[in-house]
Design a protein around this ligand. Structure first.
Ligand code: CU
Length: 381
């Protein structure tokens, strides 16, 4: 694409295209319009000597598309895309047809070779109340499906790319040379990625095609839970993947934009979510009963921000993170108040709720809680 909007179609590997820019009378810029590629440097500049317009000026014009919302504005600043007039992420309630991402970790099954197909699909999804984005997903959801096994299990994963650009996958749960299994596959192609889970953890998987901040920010991440051999049974197991949202210019249903790669690269999220949707468990709470032992598996998928997982009104008496127990159940009178995780780290915490009530769970990085990393556990007698 070049200044003024003239462009080639998207090109397959090895293909060529032409853009007729006419007579060039002022400096201009051209760039790859695939999401994130301009940010990675696929830019060319045509500098015209003696021209009235400097490259900076023309670049400013091209970059000024956020100005499109100012029509009819009053003294008040225009609302950010996807935010209400007060600057709060979301507009109203989640849609009547919205279904929350299932927060329960499905029980372990018995097979030792786990065959999984992950199909890359681009789908429009509600990512905050009334706020939509065109997401890049594995199997249509973000986060992608949770893979669940034990040490020694073999995972045979087929990745099929039904998207419109190249994608890939990287499993932290396996140890493999990245060259072949983590390669980017073009639209229509597939690869098989086998790994053996040799160590317990809640491991991240994600697209590793550049720019990774945009691909992960667009939704291409998920969890692999490999249970430690000494994992006690509990009454309830939940799984929460924290991730960030980078909204484009349109958040309207039916015409939602893709990830904003500039915001992803600047680590400037519009929202932070548990399981892909800001505030979804405020309206669809997790549920438990007084006295039950409840485990929360948490993975921080980022792409950029750490988490400090906390349940308001509860104390954790068991903590396991990054492969080891920090606090074993029943082993001491010490307690834990948050599970701190850097990006791509995971673990779990356990508690018993003392009383019936509504217990908020948050990232205690409170700016993130206030932009969506917030939900409720409803505890019944
Ligand atoms: Cu990707």
């Amino acid at each position: 694409m070049v200044d003024g909007g003239r462009r080639t179609p998207r090109l397959a590997p090895g293909a060529t295209g032409q853009v007729d820019v006419g007579v060039v009378s002022a400096s201009m810029e051209g760039w790859c319009s695939v999401v994130g590629h301009r940010q990675m440097g696929m830019v060319l500049q045509v500098l015209v000597t003696g021209a009235a317009t400097s490259p900076e000026t023309s670049h400013g014009t091209v970059g000024g598309t956020v100005d499109g919302t100012t029509t009819g504005h009053s003294a008040q600043a225009p609302a950010l895309p996807g935010h209400d007039a007060t600057g709060h992420l979301g507009n109203g309630d989640l849609g009547a047809d919205f279904t929350a991402y299932d927060p329960e970790l499905a029980p372990l099954t018995s097979e030792r070779v786990r065959r999984v197909t992950l199909t890359v699909q681009e789908v429009e999804a509600e990512v905050a109340p009334g706020t939509w984005q065109r997401r890049w997903t594995y199997n249509g959801t973000s986060p992608g499906p949770t893979l669940h096994g034990r040490v020694g299990d073999v995972f045979a994963v087929t990745l099929v790319n039904r998207g419109t650009i190249g994608h890939s996958i990287d499993f932290h749960a396996g140890a493999r040379a990245p060259d072949e299994v983590m390669r980017t596959v073009p639209p229509g192609a597939s690869l098989t990625y086998r790994f053996t889970a040799t160590r317990a953890g809640i491991w991240m998987y994600h697209c590793s095609t550049m720019p990774m901040s945009a691909h992960i920010g667009a939704g291409m991440a998920g969890a692999v839970v490999i249970e430690p051999s000494d994992l006690p049974t509990v009454d309830r197991s939940f799984l929460l993947v924290q991730s960030e949202l980078f909204l484009g210019a349109s958040t309207a249903r039916g015409s939602a934009s893709e990830v904003d790669a500039d915001k992803a690269r600047a680590a400037a999220p519009d929202g932070v979510t548990f399981n892909g949707v800001a505030y979804q468990y405020d309206s669809s709470p997790l549920t438990a009963r007084v006295g039950e032992r409840v485990r929360f598996w948490v993975l921080d998928a980022g792409p950029n921000g750490a988490t400090s997982f906390h349940v308001v009104g509860a104390q954790f008496d068991a903590v396991w993170a990054e492969g080891e127990w920090r606090l074993r159940p029943g082993s001491s009178t010490g307690g834990s108040q948050t599970l701190s995780l850097g990006v791509a780290q995971g673990g779990f915490v356990e508690t018993r709720f003392a009383e019936a009530g509504h217990y908020p769970f948050v990232s205690h990085v409170l700016a993130d809680a206030e932009r969506g990393a917030h939900g409720i556990v409803r505890v019944r007698p």
